[in-house]
Design a protein around this ligand. Structure first.
Ligand code: UD1
Ligand code: CA
Length: 452
């Protein structure tokens, strides 16, 4: 038995007022429709179908790496018509219908819904709402069995009082969809082919509609505009931050941390306000992240302290290091144990050895530094000749005096000392002192010019 999941993503989303198709708007840094796809992946052997229409090519491109088939609905003639576009690729067994703009649906809710389905039962996800405006209402017969869904625009005064609403998410079989969808009519208030009309068809055939409600209504909330999107973003972030706290992280203010990707935390991690984590980030035991830091695709080893306002991207930090405040670690930076990167220091593609320090106002790029190196303030690796990038190699226990320029390619041997203000263009041998600057000139009893 294979399961088919059909995700509707053809709508325009005009209320987003955007060039970007609605389902590609990001939630926690990931397009909404990808959240839905990821939830559907809980059915490991399911085939995924995405119905596209508005901005079809953009959606197709954005999902190029996903194992999904696309069905194009060139004109949006309703939800029933949308599902019908995918039917050619759908089998006879279980089919689950999802929506690209309902991003927070949880796998557990979907598996429970699908379990209800066989040739005698259809599964329908409903939600009871105090303010059901705009939703299709669930109509039940005298015995309490679902007999139909009526859209608000087609509903009678009495039906509009019903608080039980259609979420849109339902599960049935391909065999039934292939029988029912061609029989839909657009003879209704909106002139559309409503998917919801299959409920009455099922009831007429004596198929029971088993309903279930999600644990939280946010799971089934759709996004029509940016206000709703931001509301779901906050809900999603609160779920993530709560999970982090349960794993052992202290979060100064759960409302002021955003995770756009996956954040793995050890025990006794501290995260101050305003931090953003993107991509895959690991904070090992005892790491502390100061306020307003941004960490992207990096591993921060145990006991490391990240001070305020640091940007760390694509870095590997072994542990017991100090970074910032105001540090920028760019991709390819690795810090061995106990390294220190201070304020206004930029590193890129740089291996910094254990216990080495670059404490102030420096650029170190395309370089490797040994252990116990001290890089003085204002040191620059001149790695770029205008055409190519070159490497700087610095040995162990080197002392680089302040305001030095290391013109790559160049190497500095173990234990060497570079005098402040030097421009180093040649190899500095082990344990030597290199001074590469103009000598100080002194003119005694110098008289300054005076105004004529
Ligand atoms: C639909 C349901 C309604 C339910 C509500 C929940 C129908 C007829 N009504 O109403 O019972 O309470 O969702 O939010 O199903 N779409 C397409 N192609 C189309 C039409 C829609 O892909 O031709 C997609 C839209 O992009 C959207 C989803 O289907 O993601 C729902 O369509 P929408 O028009 O918003 O349906 P509602 O009127 O909200
Ligand atoms: Ca809708």
């Amino acid at each position: 038995m294979t399961t088919d999941v059909v995700i509707l993503a053809a709508g325009q989303g005009s209320r987003m007022r955007s060039q970007l198709p609605k389902v590609l708007h990001p939630l926690a840094g990931k397009p909404m429709v990808r959240h839905v796809i990821d939830a559907a992946k809980c059915f490991t052997d399911a085939r995924l179908h995405v119905v596209i229409g508005h901005g079809a090519e953009l959606v197709r491109e954005a999902l190029a790496d996903e194992d999904v088939t696309f069905a194009v609905q060139s004109e949006q003639k309703g939800t029933g018509h949308a599902v019908a576009q995918a039917l050619d690729n759908v089998g006879e067994d279980k089919v689950l219908i999802l929506y690209g703009d309902v991003p927070l649906i949880k796998p557990g809710t979907l598996t429970a819904l699908l379990e209800q389905v066989d040739e005698h039962h259809l599964g329908l996800l409903t939600v009871t709402m105090a303010q059901p405006k705009g939703y299709g209402r669930i109509v039940r017969d005298a015995e309490g069995r679902v007999s139909a869904i009526v859209e608000e625009k087609d509903a009678t005064e009495e039906q509009r009082l019903i608080k039980e609403c259609n979420t849109g998410i339902l599960a049935t079989t391909g065999a039934q969809l292939k029988r029912w969808l061609p029989a839909l009519s657009s003879n209704n208030a909106q002139g559309e082919y409503y998917l919801t009309d299959i409920i009455a068809m099922a009831a007429t055939e004596g198929i029971l509609v088993a309903t279930a409600e999600p644990a939280t209504s946010t799971e089934v909330q759709g996004v029509n505009d940016r206000v709703q999107l931001s509301a779901l973003e906050r809900v999603y972030q609160s779920w993530q931050v709560e999970a982090l706290m349960r794993e052992g992280a202290s979060i100064a203010d759960p409302k002021r941390v955003d995770v756009r990707g996956h954040l793995e935390v050890g025990r006794d991690v501290l995260i101050d306000v305003g931090c953003i984590f993107e991509g895959d980030v690991t904070l090992e035991d005892g790491v502390s992240v100061g306020p307003y830091s941004v960490i992207r695709n990096s591993r921060i080893g145990a006991g490391t302290v990240i001070e305020a306002y640091s940007l760390i991207d694509g870095a590997e930090i072994e542990g017991e290091s100090t970074v910032g405040p105001y540090a920028r670690l760019r991709p390819g930076t690795s810090l061995a144990r106990g390294a220190r990167i201070g304020n206004f220091v930029e590193t890129k593609n740089a291996r910094i050895g254990a216990g080495s320090k670059i404490n102030h106002l420096s650029y170190v790029g395309d370089a490797s530094l040994g252990q116990g190196v001290n890089v003085g303030a204002g040191t620059i690796t001149c790695n770029y000749d205008g055409v190519n990038k070159h490497h700087t190699e610095i040995g162990d226990n080197v002392f680089v005096g302040s305001n030095s320029a290391l013109v790559a390619p160049v190497s500095v041997g173990n234990g060497a000392t570079i005098a402040a203000g030097s421009t180093i263009t040649d190899r500095v041998e082990d344990n030597s002192l290199a001074i590469a600057r103009g000598r100080q000139v002194q003119k005694s009893d110098w008289v300054r010019p005076s105004k004529r």
